[in-house]
Design a protein around this ligand. Structure first.
Ligand code: FNR
Length: 359
């Protein structure tokens, strides 16, 4: 089994290690035009300086209506792509691979950012919000009701994902990830608790997976040999909901349709569920998908200890580990983890005078 600091090869991309930065929304596009700013450059850049093998952008919208909040980033136009190009180039200049997570919020869109305002719930159009869309008109929690997508609306979003992915590759990203987790649009179609359609996109698993698989195929056709990942929530944590067996089946189909790697999280489709939070609580879901579908996976969620991260990879429970909040606390987490694992050569020359002290 490999170690955390052994490279991982996917297609023609060599990731320098298996400690990666999870996608994290920043709600920081103050101009509300989807163009990433200096915040995004510095925020993401620190993780590349800090030794991560792959740095993911936040969920980046493929259409304006696909944003979560008005302050989200996007890549539905060339101005946004050009701003991302500078960021991707910096990440790569530091030896990290640059990953972009492409998302569409669906019925969880047009909401206030979770900080910077006291307001919660749906942003009205007069304040920069929009009519959200979903598989049905059923709202999420107390948000405003979405408009149900018809066949042409779905087809337009498939095309928007492909166009966004093409722009991402042109902007210099090494990895494109589809956000099919956390109750956003693609997950809304997968979950039987959310998707109660009776057409070709609802009902049996094959139908609920149709939209995602169309996106995977269209994106693969748009990006050539670029690495394509999919983030799934492996369970809705709810009786009768989407679960790990469904996830493994659809991951296998997505791999056959052109996806290379799977990033396994949980939850988000249904409000108010009980989630048994504990260190590494989502790792067993990643292992299940890896073993059942025969696909490579990463694990994420409350992994905050370098030794634990190393154990997850070395024991074959996942092929890579992503960290989110721990990287916000310590953007250079990978440098410390490498030092304690006795791995040299990760720190940039500028930082060599500050070696990590051995215990
Ligand atoms: C997130 N998360 C997240 N997930 C995702 O797929 N796309 C996103 O844009 C975001 N945005 C986001 C913002 C912030 C501030 C946090 C803290 C989290 C979830 C994230 O990727 C990760 O799965 C979880 O945070 C669990 O991992 P950690 O933080 O316990 O290592």
């Amino acid at each position: 089994m490999p170690t955390l600091f052994e490279p991982l090869i996917l297609r023609s991309l060599t990731l320098r290690n298996r400690l990666w930065i999870a996608p994290m929304c920043q709600y920081s596009v103050e101009a509300e035009d989807g163009v990433p700013t200096d915040w995004h450059l510095v925020h993401l850049g620190q993780f590349a300086i800090g030794g991560a093998g792959l740095v993911f952008t936040e969920a980046t919208a493929v259409t304006p209506v696909g944003r979560i909040s008005p302050q989200d980033t996007g890549i539905w136009n060339d101005e946004q792509a050009a701003a991302w190009a500078r960021i991707a180039a910096f990440l790569r200049s530091q030896g990290a691979a640059a990953g972009i997570q492409l998302g569409h919020a669906g019925r969880k869109g047009s909401v206030y950012a979770p900080w910077g305002t006291e307001r919660r719930g749906t942003v009205p159009p007069a304040e920069g919000g929009w009519q959200a869309v979903g598989p049905t008109p059923e709202p999420f929690a107390d948000f405003d009701a979405p408009a149900a997508l018809d066949d042409s609306g779905i087809a337009r979003i498939v095309t928007a994902f492909a166009d966004a992915a093409r722009r991402a590759v042109t902007a210099g990203f090494d990895v494109v990830e589809l956000h099919a987790a956390h109750g956003y649009l693609l997950h809304q179609f997968l979950s039987p608790l959310v998707n109660t359609r009776t057409d070709a996109y609802g009902g049996p698993l094959e139908n609920r997976a149709r939209f995602l698989l169309q996106v995977v195929e269209a994106v693969r056709a748009a990006i050539g040999e670029t690495v394509l990942m999919v983030r799934f929530s492996a369970t809705d944590w709810a009786e009768g909901g989407w679960n790990e067996a469904d996830t493994a089946s659809v991951a296998r189909w997505a791999a056959d349709a052109g996806a290379d790697f799977f990033d396994i999280s949980t939850g988000g489709a249904i409000p108010g569920v009980q989630i048994p939070l504990a260190p590494g609580y989502q790792v067993p879901f990643a292992t299940y998908v890896r073993d059942t579908a025969g696909v490579p996976v990463s694990a994420v969620g409350l992994i905050t200890d370098a030794v634990d991260a190393g154990d997850i990879v070395r024991s074959g429970r996942a092929d890579a580990v992503m960290i989110g909040r721990e990287a916000l606390r310590d953007p250079h987490f990978a440098l410390g983890a490498a030092a304690s694992a006795g791995v040299d050569g990760l720190a940039p020359g500028q930082y060599l005078r500050a070696p990590y002290l051995s215990a």
